[in-house]
Design a protein around this ligand. Structure first.
Ligand SMILES: Nc1nc2c(ncn2[C@@H]2O[C@H](COP(=O)(O)OP(=O)(O)O)[C@@H](O)[C@H]2O)c(=O)[nH]1
Ligand SMILES: [Mg+2]
Length: 246
């Protein structure tokens, strides 16, 4: 039977959280019979992330899995792109390593791609707030709203939450676009959606559950400044025509 799905987990210093998350995903795959591979991308962690991931994966030899590791921390965007390039199924899903969106929500994103309705589907915490169990800290939540407003104004995209760490792709259509992607850190989601939209792919923002894990790796000040700068770069690149088909 051919592979239906590649699940990609970008991971930076996740040796505390990843064991539980990977076990949950592997159990979900066994239970549902979904024919998927699991790809963990260790983004230059200084802890035991890769070793822990390899150990958990080796306990489920019936499920194809791989841990990709590089030495230098390059950012979540770089990690996700590395995973998408390595994926061998036609549909890929990436998820944050803490499974703040439970893996059971995967079907909501995958089904519309499988049936050809959409090419990129992405989780949203803005469309149905009743699905949020544990909220992000107030400061992060407000920051997220401001960020999304800026994204709407600067890119003209009609979405309410570009940053949820749960997104799926029809790789037959999305993989060729990876060549023009420039953003390696947390602004990469905006670039993904911007370029996909520009190139005529069909995008759908889908409400998903979210139970925030407080052990965030995001530094509010440093990463927010970088993210706004990355959105500015995306706009600059768009004006220069970098994202157009050559
Ligand atoms: N902070 C951070 N996360 C990274 C990086 N590279 C990959 N990641 C992964 O990106 C995801 C970010 O999740 P998390 O820290 O929980 O962010 P939050 O839930 O938005 O606060 C996790 O899966 C991280 O392991 C990086 O350079 N920095
Ligand atoms: Mg998190």
């Amino acid at each position: 039977m051919s592979l239906e799905l590649s699940i990609i987990i970008p991971a930076y210093n996740e040796d505390e959280r990843i064991e539980n998350s990977l076990s949950t995903i592997l159990n979900y795959l066994s239970k549902t019979g979904l024919n998927a591979e699991l790809i963990v991308v260790d983004d230059g962690s200084s802890d035991k992330t890769a070793a822990v991931a390899e150990d958990i994966c080796s306990r489920s030899p019936e499920i194809p899995s791989r841990v990709i590791r590089y030495e230098e921390n390059r950012g979540k965007g770089f990690a996700v792109k590395t995973g998408l390039m390595a994926a061998t199924a036609d549909i890929a899903l990436f998820s944050d390593a803490d499974l703040s969106t439970p893996i059971e929500e995967a079907e909501k994103l995958i089904a519309p791609i499988r049936n050809g309705e959409y090419d990129v589907t992405f989780g949203s915490r803005a469309l149905d707030r009743s699905l949020i169990g544990t909220h992000q800290p107030w400061r992060r939540e407000q920051g997220g709203k401001v960020f999304n407003l800026v994204v709407r104004l600067m890119t003209g995209m009609p979405f309410w939450d570009t940053q949820c760490g749960f997104k799926a792709f029809d790789l037959t259509k999305f993989r060729p676009l990876l060549d023009v992607m420039k953003i390696d850190r947390f602004g990469f989601d905006v670039e993904f959606l911007y370029v996909a939209n520009l190139r005529g792919l069909k995008l759908k923002e889908i409400p998903v559950r979210w139970d925030n894990d407080e052990r965030s790796k995001v530094s509010v000040i440093r990463d927010s400044i970088r993210m706004f700068d990355e959105v500015r770069q995306i706009r600059g690149n768009a004006k220069k025509g970098i994202y157009e088909i050559k």
